[in-house]
Design a protein around this ligand. Sequence first.
Ligand code: ADP
Ligand code: X2W
Length: 303
Amino acid sequence: MSTTRKHTALPKAQILIEALPWLTRHNGKTVVIKFGGNAMVDEELKAAFAQDVVFLRHAGLDVVVVHGGGPQISAALDRHGIVSEFKAGLRVTTEDAMDVVRMVLAGQVQRELVGLLNQHGPLAVGLTGEDAHTITATKHQPEIDGERVDIGRVGEITDIDTGAIEALLADGRIPVVSSIARSEDDGHVYNVNADTAAAALAAALGAETLMVLTDVEGLYEDWPNSDEVISRLTASQLEKLLPELSSGMVPKMEGCLHAVRNGVNTARVIDGRVQHSILLEIFTDEGIGTMVVPDAVTEGDAG
Ligand SMILES: Nc1ncnc2c1ncn2[C@@H]1O[C@H](COP(=O)(O)OP(=O)(O)O)[C@@H](O)[C@H]1O
Ligand SMILES: CC(=O)N[C@@H](CCC(=O)OP(=O)(O)O)C(=O)O
């Protein structure tokens, strides 16, 4: 009986031991994980996301979660009868809309993720960029067709203070950050795209990895005509591609470029609809999605 039991358990031991080189490589490193609103499609996926994050924490990584909530904000604005539109990939955010954005991100989405993570122990602490000056911004005025456009209370990040996040990490916690910034100019707050916030935090923290979970397999080479995913590209290759990208991919890939140009070893866009995509990406050979690496890195250095 006991011999059979040992035998049947062997594949499990093999799976665990397969992760050893990755555990060694990532131990003590910081990973920033951005969980996009579009990837939060069902309860099971959200619970699996929380399990993966807690697993990484227990595997010795410092994990910071930055979350989005675009679809959830749009639904709440609808309910409040506030019309919203996107310009240059960013939500035009009036003062009234800003109240709703803050309520949904900090009061709803962040609370839900913190709750899911804390089912596994006293780990997650939620904050927004307002807390302890974590994210400071000034008014962002994107250029559209050569002209500066006013899109309301949308912020451009001017400063990151990693103090609060680092203190939480040192205390063994998992910071869960909502992409709202304090204003450098007035007493109000700004709406910041969550990909941009995650990338800025990853760079400021000197993270090893930025991982962006979304609702597609990665960066498609010729979207929407084909579903061929670009599995790996350098910062320079990505820079050339940027002008051709559209909609939600723009802040994501700009964020990945910013991260790898500012000390982050790899920035990855992966499919958040795949259960346990984070573990697949970090601990196995079967890396999924798109990986961006700095220019100097040659094949085999990152991963
Ligand atoms: N080249 C591309 N490859 C993949 N997706 C793309 C591309 N260009 C645009 N997209 C769009 O970007 C979307 C992801 O961005 P977004 O909707 O902002 O997601 P999230 O809520 O995860 O931030 C995809 O669902 C797809 O519609
Ligand atoms: C300025 C701006 O566009 N902010 C975003 C913030 C949330 C976000 O980025 O959510 P996803 O990651 O789910 O897209 C918004 O209002 O939708």
